[in-house]
Write a protein that binds this ligand. Structure first.
Ligand code: GCB
Length: 590
């Protein structure tokens, strides 16, 4: 151990200041079932401060030590209540013009009251914060979370007082070891951009609850599990689905129970997105759910929903709006799904990271199937144990969050990753983990074609149910003839879904079909693409890139100006480009 210099000053010399701020780590294990639980939102105006030098953590501002040991005043370097306020949820890039390109640390703080209602356990949930988050409550560090788009939960029962101060330190610095890593094709928004909520639960509560149609049961068996948390590890739970006349006692032992019930539900489908109210009671706790029952499977190169062959008529979508960045509103989510439906879609690729949990809840009610994805994007540190653990945790957080959503039919473990041995190992493990955790959905990934032999031949395919393929013939690769050739060269034994194709066009910009960035050029690429894709028997779905234009710092020409223009709609979602109608027509006739 290096000796501490005699003039060591903790405030400025201590580079180990963060070492004790990684535990407790908030992971999928700390999640609880909250889909339709009562909650108290801690949204609203929070004080906010950019913290470029990480001084909050370095100087332990959370301790609010404003005097020395003898009680003499120390000059304060902060005053939480004088900081500017921002609304939560939001992205700091949007709410404060000075922060548009800011990447780094931001501190959020507010006060709230708490009145104890007797025997209760209290938790705080953060819907998402990008990317690394530390939570402090009443001068104590209570949890650390990694991952920019999944929810996390921390128990605060023992930290609460009548008047509380919470601080949330969010760091969106791009790094090599994160997911995604430092290089992506979208904007790196920062902040506390989904709801912050407080939950009061009984001493023993239902922590996890899943109920789905058992695959291969002729659509007659509802299967699932319950996990409880708290001192009452043994007892009877009551499961009720009034509309199906189901009232079943389930025995909980060691905090766990399996569910298996024979039933004949009306099946959830895109035409009739039937949802059932499900209720589970255990001791004082009740959880409610709204669940659609459906079976999704593949056989040969076909995809079946409830035993019938389907074609995934889709569109890819980012989580963004011009006005709100990633902190999209309920209305914006509904509007995106509505426009997709109007385009005759029955499916959406929710790329490249988990979007708000409201997306799947709303898609459940509208009858739109979803592909959900974790941000294993392009090149990441496939061999770094910390990155591996982070990816697995994000996957499990996503699965746990949306495990009861009928709309979610595919878990995607990544996008356009280089086919190296390390990547194969990394993604194979994710695919196997997803399957082992959830057998009621299909596993996929958006892969690239082998560019040298022009063939679909990604080694990861072996571990996938559906092979996703991104291809940009007619755009990045102007030799369009290679598209039909590639399909001719390939003999996949599984369904292929074209997870991306596309071309950029500035809304309203017209020209010939040879002029880049005109709607005419984009239209032409779409026309040629669907003509080929529609004729390949093993292609069982398409999700062109992308529903609307989105912010992207890599795109800097005179048309793009910081936007990726491959949208079928403009960035403000007001203008439909010509190519939109190509898809609308193609899907109508498909
Ligand atoms: C891709 C990526 C997507 C990009 C898109 C593009 O293959 O998966 O994230 O935005 O291409 O526009 O280049």
């Amino acid at each position: 151990m290096q000796q501490r210099p005699r003039n060591f000053d903790k405030q400025i010399h201590n580079e180990e200041y963060k070492a004790h701020l990684y535990e407790p780590r908030l992971t999928h294990e700390g999640m609880f079932h909250d889909a339709y639980r009562e909650k108290e939102l801690l949204n609203g105006l929070w004080h906010f401060q950019v913290d470029q030098y990480d001084t909050f953590l370095r100087s332990e501002w959370y301790k609010e030590e404003l005097t020395d040991k003898e009680g003499r005043a120390i000059p304060p370097e902060y005053n939480y209540d004088q900081w500017d306020v921002v609304s939560v949820p939001s992205c700091w890039n949007i709410k404060d013009q000075r922060c548009f390109y800011y990447e780094g640390i931001g501190i959020y703080t507010r006060k709230f009251k708490y009145v104890n209602r007797g025997e209760e356990r209290v938790f705080i949930k953060i819907g998402a914060a990008n990317y690394e988050t530390r939570i402090f409550l009443n001068k104590q560090f209570i949890g650390y979370h990694k991952g920019g788009s999944t929810p996390f939960y921390v128990e605060v029962t023992d930290y609460l007082e009548k008047e509380n101060r919470i601080q949330v330190v969010v760091d969106n610095s791009r790094r090599k070891d994160t997911l995604p890593a430092d290089n992506t094709d979208w904007f790196n928004y920062g902040g506390l951009y989904r709801d912050v909520a407080l939950f009061r639960l009984p001493k023993t509560f239902i922590k996890d609850f899943k109920l789905q149609l058992q695959p291969g049961s002729n659509m007659k068996i509802l299967q699932g599990h319950i996990r409880v948390d708290g001192p009452e590890q043994e007892g009877e739970a009551l499961l009720r689905i009034p509309e199906l006349n189901i009232k079943q006692t389930v025995y909980v032992k060691n905090g766990k129970a399996s569910i298996e019930i024979e039933a004949h539900p009306e099946l959830w489908s895109t035409d009739t997105p039937k949802l059932y109210k499900v209720e589970i009671t255990y001791g004082e706790d009740v959880v409610k759910e709204s669940i659609g029952f459906r079976e999704i499977m593949v056989k040969g190169t076909d995809i079946y929903l409830n035993g019938e062959k389907i074609f995934l008529k889709g569109i890819a979508c980012h989580e963004e709006s011009k006005e709100n960045g990633k902190a999209v509103t309920e209305e914006e989510i509904v509007e995106n799904l509505r426009v997709a439906k109007e385009m005759n879609c029955n499916y959406m690729r929710v790329a490249h990271y988990p979007h708000s949990e409201r997306v799947a809840q709303i898609a459940d009610t509208l009858g739109i199937m979803l592909w959900e994805e974790i941000p294993v994007y392009w090149t990441i540190e496939f061999e770094n144990p910390e990155t591996i653990a982070d990816a697995q945790n994000q996957l499990l957080e996503l699965i746990k969050r949306d495990q009861n959503r009928a709309s979610v039919i595919i878990w995607s473990v990544g996008n356009e990753n280089p086919d190296t041995d390390a990547r194969l190992q990394f993604m194979k493990n994710l695919a196997l983990k997803a399957k082992e955790t959830d057998a009621t959905r299909l596993i996929s990934a958006a892969c690239l074609v082998d560019k040298i032999s022009n063939i679909i031949d990604d080694r990861l395919s072996e571990y996938l149910d559906i092979i996703g393929i991104n291809e940009y013939y007619g755009w990045y690769d102007p030799n369009f003839e290679k598209l039909p050739q590639c399909f001719e060269n390939s003999k996949p034994d599984k369904p292929v879904v074209i997870t991306e194709f596309g071309a950029g066009a500035l809304s309203g910009h017209r020209g010939t079909r040879d002029d880049f960035f005109t709607e005419d050029h984009q239209y032409n690429v779409y026309k040629r693409q669907v003509e080929v894709l529609g004729s390949i028997p093993y292609i069982k779905g398409i999700s062109p890139w992308i529903l609307f234009d989105f912010r992207c710092p890599r795109r800097t020409n005179q048309y793009q100006k910081g936007y990726n223009l491959k949208g079928l709609l403009s960035g403000d979602k007001k203008h439909k480009k010509l190519a939109y109608y190509v898809m609308q027509e193609f899907y109508r006739d498909k």
